[in-house]
Design a protein around this ligand. Structure first.
Ligand code: GDP
Ligand code: IMO
Ligand code: MG
Length: 440
C-alpha cells in the first residue's frame, strides 16, 4: 500500500447520491477503519452485497465488512433514536455490529425540537423551500454554531443534560413567544425518554481524534466517508440550496480531528451524468420526457425520502470546480451502464452568462440559474456495459466517453462502476490507486 492510499477521503463531486456507498463498500476491505465526518441521517448510502440491499444513513458503510471498525466523527450530528433503529436493522439483517461502532463524544445531538423547527421553517419558506430531508440536520448545526447545542458527552451526566436541555428550551420559547403567540417548543416531558434511548450510546463514546490518530500511529488504514456532495457544501455549494455541513474533503479533517497532512489522497465520486434532489439551480438539468427516461433507467429516487431525483447531463465546469476544491487525486465514475441505450450523450462543457464565457463557478445562484450551457455531444455505445469488470471489455465509444470526461476535468479515472452490486466495477490497472481494488 503506498503512503497516499493509506488514508483516503471519498467525496461526492455533485449534489449527493453519486454512489459513494457502493464505492466505499468496494474500498472498505482495504481499510481498517471507516469514519463519517459530517452530515447525519440525511445521507442514504446504498450497498447491494450478495443480492442483499442495505441503505446506510448514519452508520459508516464499512460496517458491512466484518473486520472493519465504523466511527462517527465529531463533525456529524447524531439522532440517537435513528441510530438505535439503524443498528437494530443491521443486526436483524445479519450484520454483527457489536462494539465495532464508535461515536465521538463531541458529536452534536439532534433533538426533537430540531425536527419540528425544520418543518416549520420549510413551511414558512413556501415556494423558496430548500426541500430538506426533514431529519433536523440544519437546525442542529444552527444550534451548534450558536453554541447552544447538546453533545454526546453531555449524556454521561443526566442531571447536567436535563438542566442544559431545559435552559435551551426556555431560551427557544422566549425567542418564539417574542416573535409569535404561544410557546411552540413548550413542554419537556419527552426529555426522560430521549435520555433513556440516547444513553445507550455511552459505551460507544470515544475521543475520535485521539482514537484515529493512535490507530494511524499503529499503521491502521482509515477511509473517510463523505456524505452529500461538493455542491451541497455549506461554504462552497449552491448556497442556500445546500446542506449545513462541510461536505468537501476539508471537512474530513475538521470533522474528525485528523490533521490535513495525515490524509494521503482524495477520490471524487461522480455519476456518468448528474442528479439532484430538492430545490436549487441545476444548469445541465434535462426537462421533460428525456429526463424522465433517464430517471426511470437510473432508478433515480431518493434513498432516504423516495423523492424523484432531477436528472441532467455531466457538468464539466461543476466537476472542475469540485476537482479544485477537493484537490482530487482521482475520480470514480458510477452508473456508466445507465447510459448504455443512448444514441448520443451530451456533456455540458462551458457556462456562458450575458454573452461571456464564465471562467469560474459562480457564487451567485441567480447567475448559476441563468447560465447558458454549451454542450459537446458524444456518440453513445448502445451496447450493455452492465456488470463489466474489465476495461478491455468496454465498447470503444464508452472508453472515449470516459477519456473525454477525464481530459475535460483534468483528473484521472481510477475506477468505473458498472452496476449496483458489490464487485460490479472496473479498476484501471494503470491508476496508482489500483492497489485499492479488493481481493474478490
Ligand atoms: P450515495 O448516497 O452517494 O451512496 O448514493 P445512493 O445510494 O443514494 O444512490 C446511488 C444509487 O445508484 C443506489 O441505488 C445504488 O445502488 C445505485 N448504483 C451505484 N452505482 C451504480 C452503478 O454503477 N450502476 C447502477 N446501475 N446503479 C448504481
Ligand atoms: P447522500 O449522502 C442527496 C439535500 C436535500 C436538500 C439539501 C438540504 O446520500 O449523498 P438537509 O436535510 O441536508 O438539510 O437538506 O440537501 N441532501 C441530499 N441530496 N444526497 C444526500 O445525501 C443528501 N443529503 C441532503 O435533498 O436539497
Ligand atoms: Mg444517497
Amino acid at each position: 500500500m503506498t503512503e497516499e492510499s493509506t488514508n483516503v477521503v471519498v467525496v461526492g463531486l455533485q449534489w449527493g447520491d453519486e454512489g459513494k456507498g457502493k464505492v466505499v463498500d468496494a474500498l472498505s476491505e482495504r481499510f481498517d477503519i471507516v469514519v463519517r465526518y459530517q452530515g447525519g441521517a440525511n445521507a442514504g448510502h446504498t450497498v447491494i452485497a450478495n443480492g442483499k440491499k442495505f441503505i446506510l444513513q448514519l452508520v459508516p458503510t464499512g460496517i458491512l465488512w466484518k473486520d472493519t471498525v465504523g466511527v462517527i466523527g465529531p463533525g456529524v450530528v447524531v439522532n440517537p433514536e435513528a441510530l438505535t433503529r439503524e443498528l437494530e436493522a443491521l443486526e436483524a439483517a445479519g450484520i454483527k455490529v457489536g462494539n465495532r461502532l464508535l461515536v465521538s463524544d463531541r458529536a452534536h445531538l439532534i433533538m426533537p425540537y430540531h425536527r419540528s423547527h425544520e418543518v416549520a421553517a420549510e413551511q414558512v419558506r413556501g415556494g423558496a423551500r430548500i426541500g430538506t430531508t426533514a431529519k433536523g440536520i440544519g437546525p442542529t448545526y444552527e444550534d451548534k454554531s450558536a453554541r447552544r447545542g447538546l453533545r454526546a458527552c453531555d449524556l454521561r451526566n443526566p442531571e447536567a443534560f436535563l438542566r442544559k436541555c431545559k435552559e435551551v428550551l426556555a431560551e427557544k420559547d422566549r425567542i418564539a413567544s417574542a416573535l409569535f403567540e404561544g410557546t411552540p417548543f413548550g413542554g419537556d416531558e419527552w426529555i426522560g425518554q430521549y435520555l433513556e434511548t440516547a444513553r445507550q450510546l455511552i459505551p460507544r463514546l470515544v475521543d475520535v481524534s485521539e482514537y484515529l490518530n493512535t490507530e494511524m500511529d499503529r499503521g491502521k488504514r482509515v477511509l473517510f466517508e463523505g456524505a452529500q456532495g461538493t455542491l451541497l457544501d455549506i461554504d462552497h455549494g449552491t448556497y442556500p440550496y445546500v446542506t449545513s455541513s462541510s461536505a468537501t474533503a476539508g471537512g474530513a479533517s475538521t470533522g474528525t480531528g485528523v490533521g490535513p497532512t495525515r490524509i494521503g489522497a482524495v477520490l471524487g465520486v461522480s455519476k456518468a451524468y448528474t442528479t439532484r434532489v430538492g430545490s436549487g439551480p441545476f444548469p445541465t438539468e434535462i426537462h421533460g420526457r428525456e429526463g424522465e427516461e433517464l430517471r426511470t433507467r437510473g432508478s433515480e429516487f431518493g434513498a432516504v425520502t423516495g423523492r424523484p431525483r432531477r436528472c441532467g447531463w455531466f457538468d464539466v465546469p461543476a466537476a472542475r470546480y469540485g476537482a479544485r476544491l477537493n484537490n482530487l487525486n482521482a475520480m470514480i465514475i458510477t452508473k456508466l451502464d445507465i447510459l448504455d441505450t443512448l444514441e448520443e450523450i451530451p456533456v455540458g462543457v462551458e457556462y456562458e452568462y450575458e454573452g461571456r464565457k464564465l471562467t469560474s463557478f459562480p457564487a451567485d445562484i441567480d447567475i448559476l440559474s441563468q447560465v447558458k450551457v454549451h454542450y459537446r455531444t458524444l456518440p453513445g455505445w448502445k451496447q450493455p456495459t452492465y456488470g463489466l469488470q474489465d476495461f478491455s471489455e468496454l465498447p470503444q465509444k464508452a472508453k472515449d466517453y470516459l477519456r473525454f470526461l477525464s481530459d475535460q476535468v483534468g483528473v484521472e479515472i481510477a475506477m468505473i462502476s458498472t452496476g449496483p452490486e458489490r464487485g460490479q466495477a472496473i479498476w484501471r490497472d494503470e491508476s496508482r490507486f489500483a492497489n485499492l481494488s479488493a481481493s474478490r
